[in-house]
Every structure is written in C-alpha cells, then in structure tokens.
Design a binder for this molecule. Structure first.
Ligand SMILES: [Cu+2]
Length: 253
C-alpha cells in the first residue's frame, strides 16, 4: 500500500513539474520546411482612438500621444498583432545570438509590440533625455524593473519565462507596450500592411493563433486615459506543405 502511494506521489510530482515548466521544444534540422504567410485585416472602417494623456515631462514628451492600440494601414492591414504556432514540439533552432531591441523613444516603446524566444536577449534602450523606468510583467509576475536615467543607456537582459508580458514605465504612466515570449521560434509581429511570415516550418498541420491587444474601450483610468478590453485571440488550423507556402487571412472586427 505504501508503494502504491509513493507511485501516485511520483506521478503527481511529474505532472506538476510539467505544468510549471511548459513543455520541451526539440531543435531539429528541418527537412523540406514550408512557410506561413498571413495577413490581418480590420473589417470595415477602423475606429478613431482617443489620444493618450501625458502627465510627466510634457515639455519633452508632448501633452498627449496618439493611441497605438489599433494601427490600421492601407487596405485595412493591422499592425502589431502577434501570430504564432501553438505548442509546436519540434522545428528550427532558436537563434540565441539574436538580440531584440526595445527603444524608449519620444516617450513611447518602439516597437510597440515584440516577440521573443525564451532565454534570448532583450536590449532596452533609452533614446530620450529623460528618465524612463521599464517594467515587464509576464502573466502578472514582474520579470524586469530597470531605471534608465541616462540618454543612450542600454540595458541587456534575458527573459526566461514564457507568456504574455505587459511593458510599462514607472515614470510615464501613458507608456505601454507588449512582449510575447515563446518556447519556440515560430512567431512574428504583423507589419504596417498587416502581413507576417513564419518560415522553415516542418510540413504538417498546426494551430496558428493571432493575438491583438484590443482597441475596445471598456473604461478610463484616473487620468482619463482609455482602458482597453482583454486581448482579442483568433485561431486557425493551417496545413504547411513541404517546401511550399500556406496562405492564411485573419479579420479583426
Ligand atoms: Cu518613461
């Protein structure tokens, strides 16, 4: 009986470790890899978003900033949406030499949305002559908190936790950005035309997810800035052909 309970305890422990560490991604030589080319469009006329009030360093930052929560280009393409493969178990190697830049420029995070593979480097830059203090919370847990008083100061760190990160600045409450951190290298941020490419995918069926921070106003903060609804998440099944391309379209509305 004692042995039986030990086995149960062992199984429970293994399950718990699995839950906290996510899953193992295997890096392999991809044979006959295919690509996913996608486009994200806004259906109908894009709403005009209210500007975001600035309440510190207005002489440098300006009195307000245009909202970056929804940026629709020509032909309705949506910028700054994240596209990624769900739980892909094996594929191309993660480029560990790749450094992702995140600039604090004119009191905005540039780019507004980034994606990274777990354990790769993030270079946070302060291009401004004012103090910025970046914070990154990944799924509600603070993973980075760095003040940068000097212009052109760069701080390099590694983000080791998978999840969705909110980027804020302690100094400027109007500043907001997003980072999504993955176990694998199959993710991209849509460009000005709403396009993205995910390449060198082993042929097969996958679930492709598109994440957008949301532009739907659900309230306002104490300074009258809009608070947006929870992110919009869309999924599609895609079949990646050997050496070919799967084309896929998403629509936000
Ligand atoms: Cu700031």
């Amino acid at each position: 009986m004692k042995g039986f309970f030990s086995i149960i305890l062992l199984i429970v422990s293994i399950l718990m470790i699995g839950m906290t560490t996510g899953y193992a991604y295997d890096e392999i030589d991809v044979k006959d890899g295919g690509a996913i080319k996608g486009n994200i469009k806004f259906a109908g006329a894009a709403p005009k978003l209210a500007p975001i009030k600035v309440n510190k360093n207005e002489d440098f930052c300006g009195k307000e900033k245009a909202s970056e929560a929804l940026i629709v280009g020509k032909d309705g393409g949506v910028r700054y949406a994240v596209a990624y493969l769900e739980k892909i178990e094996k594929g191309k190697a993660i480029d560990r030499k790749k450094q992702t830049d995140l600039d604090q420029k004119k009191c905005l995070f540039a780019p507004h949305v980034i994606t990274m593979a777990k354990g790769t480097e993030l270079a946070v830059i302060n291009s401004d002559p004012v103090l910025h203090n970046i914070n990154i919370d990944v799924d509600g847990i603070q993973r980075l908190n760095k003040g940068q008083p000097k212009q052109n100061q760069v701080i390099v760190s590694r983000l080791r936790h998978v999840g969705q990160g909110n980027i804020t600045c302690d100094s400027h409450t109007h500043m907001r950005g997003y980072v999504m951190i993955f176990e694998h290298p199959y993710h991209a941020v849509s460009d000005e035309a709403g396009n993205f490419t995910i390449d060198n995918v082993p042929p097969g069926k996958y679930t492709l997810t598109v994440w957008h921070e949301s532009w739907k106003v659900k309230g306002h903060d104490d300074d009258g800035r809009p608070l947006y609804d929870k992110p919009v998440v869309l999924t599609k099944e895609v079949n990646v052909p050997a050496k070919g391309t799967a084309n896929v379209g998403f629509e936000l509305k």
